[in-house]
Structures are given as C-alpha cells and as structure tokens.
Design a protein. Structure first.
Length: 612
C-alpha cells in the first residue's frame, strides 16, 4: 500500500515528510521520494529501497522548502527503481499516487501526440502530463486537476504540488483513502491519520470522489460533481494506536473499504500491468521449485475464510490449467492419510501464517515430498518460513477478527497463480492471459463501485437482523462465496447461517424454506445463471424471501422474482468472486452493527488460531 503525505507550513517540509513516511512503513514499499518548492521551483529527491537511503540523500542534498509532498511506493507499473519512484513531475506539477490508472496507455499515447515527453515506465506519470497539458492551455492548477480527474479510470489517491504555488496543495481520492489534517498555520494531507499524527490530531476524511484544495488557511473540499462540501473534523487517536480506524466505526469496516487499495497492490506484485501478463517472479520470495507441466495434481489446505479462498482457487486451477485440485480443511487434511504423489504441489493459505492446523498440514505434505507454496499475509510467519516459496498478500495489518481484505487479497494472489499455471501448461493462450489479467487490473475500480452499494445493503440488513436463520446459495465459484457469506454472518452477528451449492437446495435444505427464511443468492450472469434462477423459483414458490446479488443482466433476467436485488458491476465471470465478496461482507457487518454485537472481536473467536 503506497503511502502519501503532503505538508504546507512555515518550517522545512522535508524532515516532516520523512517523519510521516516512517509512520507509513507498515504499509510496505520498495522506493521513496519527496518533492518541495525551492524558490518556487519543483525539486525532487528520490531513492530506491528503504527510507534510510532517501534520508542519506537528503543529508547530502538538503531541501529547505516549506511546502512539499512525499511518497513510499509499491511498484505496480515499472520496476522499483529511482527513476520510477514518486513524486513524478513535469516543469509545472509534481504528483504522488496510490492506486492504478487502468487507461494510462491510451492517455499516454494521446499526450505523446500532443508533444509530452515521458521518462518513466509508470502509470502515474500520465497524471502529471495530463494536468500539465490543461495548464498549458490556460487552466489554473485547480481547474486542471478538476478536468483531469474524470479522465482517469481506476482507483486512486493523489496529492499535487505546483511550481510557483507556495500556498497550494491539491488532493483527490477515488477508491484509495486520503485524509486532510488541520494545524495552526499549517495543513497536511496523508494516506491515513497515522501519517498525520506527528503534526495534528484533527482530521477530515475525504469521501469517495472528493478532491480538496489545501492552503495554509484551511481546506476547501469538492465532491465528485465539483460542489463545495463539508466533511466532519474528527479527533484522531492515531498517535496512541498502532493503526487508526479512520472515520470508520469499526476496524472491520475500515478493512472492507481498504480492499480496492490492497487488492490493487497485491495484483501489482504479480502482474505486469503494462504488458497485461502474469509475472510471478515480481512477488514470489523464491523461484518456483517445480514445473507446472509436470504436476499431476494440487492439494490446497486452509482453515475458515482461507479455506473458502482455496475453494474458489480450485475452480480456477481446474478451468485455467486443467489441473485436478483437492481442497481440504487443514484440521482434516493430515488425519485422513491423504495419498500424495511425489513432486506434486501443496498450497497452504493463511492470513497470519501461524494457524496451527495449517502448519501441521504443511509439515505432513513436506514429509510426503510435496513442493510447498504458501499464500500468507505475514511473510515472516512460521508457515512462510517452512515453505519452499511464499506468495505474500499485501493486505496490511488486519485487526478485525472476521477476515475481509485478507480474503480478497488471497483470491487476487491465487488468481494470478492459476493463470500462470494455465499459461505454463498451454491451456491458456496469450490472448486468454491478457483478457484475464485485464479483468484483474480492473478489480480495484469494480471493488470501489461495489462499496457504493453500502446504503442499500444497510437497509437490507435491518430486516436480516430480525431473522434466526439465513441460507446462502451459489453455483460454481459463487458456491464458496455462499459459504463465506454465511460464515461472515454467523461470526459477527451470531445468526445461524448456512451456505449451499444451489443445486443441493432440493436435496434437503428446501425443507427449511418458509416466509421467515431469507435466502441470499450469489449469481452473476454467467453460464450457470439460468440453473440458479431455477433454484430461486423453487424458493419463491415456497414463500422464501429472495435477496439476489447479481449484475445488470442478471437483475433484468430475474426481475420481479426477488424481494431485493443488489446490482453489482459487470465483470469477467472468472474473477467475479473478488467483487461479490464485498456485499457479503457489508451485509454481515451491518447486520451485526444493528444487533449490537462486538464486530471487531466477536465472542469466542481469535484472530490467529495457534492451537489445534
């Protein structure tokens, strides 16, 4: 997760920028940089690697400007080199960016046609040139940013610094978070309150689509339509907390809303977004110790939510790579004497990397001469240390016990791995890979669109909170999501919920259907949609209350058959689980809030289960 900081004050900005960036190191990064105005001129210092390298450069080449922006970067487009490090700049504007610009290639071609000269491999540089192009045509800094933002497709947070503008920073967000800090004669922007804590405890959080003009006197916030709006000023506790909840009531809510950002960074770890292909070597801790073409099967073991991520991945490996996959609950895997052929692949999925049952299963697989790959959020964990190769997820610290962003980051990593397997085995062609990678690149934007459905989902949750039992149904990759949706609901609201393959409805669960039983159906418009509609009709005929999660085509096809329809963005069917996870999480969250349970620390549960 890239870190952003901006400072306008009366003291040299560079030391403050470095101080703030150090507090953002927990987000992970591979390069860093700052830009200030020196006698009105944009001046940058950047360095590959850790902040100490940037500090050393600033010691040799100090900056004295009292306004500036800083950034820690996780490489997405382009290698983690000094040249690709942020801030990116023209002679008129410098910008720092968190997120992914999906349409950067077409914007770059257009801008190069207008005479722009590019010097990096990044998507971010197009933003600087886009704003510069508007300013060359006579637009003010604010008007240039206002004109540029609608042209950017993707999820992002931005901070701009302008040559000759000693009292102006502009920030903007769509998908990725950004906060404004209020000081005495000084102002700040930052990725979160943690970055701003050394300077102020008074912050406002931009809402999605907002952009803000910041001067030493204050901040003028505009919404996505350009109207001036007011956002609440809050007192932050970030100075005493490891991680701040921001403007969210619970850590779980914050983590749900971080998904466009962290999924984007996880994908960037394994994709070449410019070439639209999977490059696992960018993110794996070691080269793969096996050849996908020589594998006979894959074994996946995990617990809880991670097990459902593995269950989704089963469909992907079998579809993309024609590799048979067995998915096991880790607590069962090593006790059923699984016959494992020498030299096959065993994948272990865990948020903490310390899950006792999963670790025990890993050791069983290693004893049976399996290649061991782990998908974990903590690369220094026990599971990671005992694996042949680690596929880190970049979810960042997850505080809520009920996993949310770790789940979607696991899906993102496993999708990349499955596509790589498909290419290696010759099942997917180059065009297939590009189509799937393009669909993954679009995920942060689609996740952000799904989050905008929160008000509708909150209303549905009010009725759900009155129920004792809930059924979730899905087919294909939506079946594991049905299981995950049911798990989320019972974890934090304590309502009994069960997930079923939709085709299994008539083999028993249909006996439970009556007017008091909500049935939540997860059904993007795909090749099994019509089959799922048949199951919905069976529910409707028995008075069950149907809540459908689908896309625009699905909503049209099922019109009049549901009590509620949650219409999600239209996405490639193969990667739909990443987007459909969001409404399932939000529905569980708001139901629990209405019921007054302890959302972040539900009873009887622990974040990391380190005993069998």
């Amino acid at each position: 997760m890239c870190g952003i900081i901006g400072v306008i004050g009366n003291e040299p900005a560079a030391p403050q920028l470095i101080d703030a960036l150090k507090r953002l190191e927990y987000r992970g990064y591979d390069s860093a940089g700052v830009a200030t105005l020196e006698a009105g001129k944009l001046t940058r210092r950047r360095a590959e690697g850790k902040l100490k390298n940037l500090e050393a450069r600033l010691a040799r080449e100090p900056l004295k400007g009292t306004i500036g922006i800083g950034h820690t970067r996780w490489a997405t487009h382009g290698r983690p080199t000094e040249n690709n490090a942020h801030p990116h700049a023209t002679d008129r504007v410098a910008v720092v960016h968190n997120g992914i610009i999906e349409n950067f290639a077409e914007l770059r071609r257009e801008l190069e046609g207008n005479g722009a000269k590019f010097s990096t491999e990044t998507d971010t540089e197009v933003i600087a040139h886009l704003v510069t192009d508007a300013m060359k045509r006579g637009a003010s800094a604010a008007d240039a940013v206002k004109a540029a933002l609608p042209r950017l497709r993707g999820a992002f947070a931005l901070a701009f610094l302008f040559a000759g503008e000693e009292d102006l920073l502009i920030g903007a967000r769509r998908g990725s978070p950004l906060a404004v800090g209020f000081g005495d004669g000084s102002m700040y922007v930052g990725s979160d309150a943690i970055a701003l804590a050394p300077f102020t405890d008074t912050v406002s959080y931009l809402e999605d689509g907002d952009w803000v003009i910041v001067t030493r006197k204050g901040a003028q916030i505009h919404d996505t339509d350009g109207k001036i709006v007011q956002r609440a000023k809050l007192k932050s506790q970030a100075s005493v907390l490891l991680i701040d909840k921001g403007n969210h009531r619970h850590f779980m809510a914050k983590e749900i809303f971080e998904q466009p950002e962290v999924v984007g960074h996880t994908l960037a770890h394994y994709l070449d977004m410019t070439a639209e292909r999977v490059v696992l070597s960018k993110g794996l801790t070691a080269p793969l110790p096996f050849d996908f073409k020589k594998l006979d099967r894959i074994s996946i073991a995990a617990c809880g939510t991670a097990y459902y991520a593995g269950s989704v991945a089963r469909y992907w490996f079998e579809q993309f790579a024609h590799l048979p996959v067995e998915v096991d609950i880790a607590s069962e895997f090593r006790y059923r004497d699984v016959p494992l052929g020498n030299g096959n692949l065993a994948i272990f999925v865990s948020q903490s990397g310390e899950t006792a049952d999963t670790l025990a299963s890993l050791r069983y697989a290693r004893a049976h001469r399996q290649h061991v790959l782990s998908v974990v959020n903590v690369p220094t964990s026990s599971i990671a240390r005992e694996s042949d190769v680690v596929m880190p997820t970049l979810a960042g610290p997850e505080i809520g016990v009920a996993s949310t962003k770790a789940f979607t980051c696991q899906l993102a990593a496993l999708a990349a791995l499955a596509i790589a397997a498909g290419r290696a085995r010759g099942v997917l062609g180059e065009a297939d890979e590009k189509a799937l990678v393009r669909a993954l690149i679009e995920m942060p934007r689609h996740l952000n669109d799904a989050l905008t459905l929160e008000p509708q989902i909150e209303v549905i949750a009010r009725d759900l909170a009155k129920c004792r039992d809930v059924l979730y149904l899905g087919r294909g990759t939506s079946f594991p999501l049905a299981l995950e949706g049911a798990l989320k609901l019972k974890e934090i609201s304590y309502i009994h919920a069960e997930g079923y393959a939709a085709g299994e409805l008539k083999h028993g669960p249909i006996a439970l259907i009556d007017e008091n039983m909500p049935v939540i159906v997860i059904a993007p418009f795909d090749k099994v949609f019509e089959k799922t509609v048949s199951n919905m009709q069976e529910v409707a005929a028995r008075g069950g209350r149907l809540i459908l999660m689908t896309d625009a085509k699905g909503a049209s096809a099922a019109a009049g058959q549901t009590a509620e329809t949650i219409v999600l963005p239209t996405v490639h069917s193969a990667v739909a689980p990443l987007v459909y996870a969001v409404p399932a999480q939000l529905l569980a969250y708001h139901t629990a809030v209405i019921m007054g349970t302890d959302v972040d620390q539900p009873r009887n549960l622990a974040k990391s289960v380190t005993v069998e």
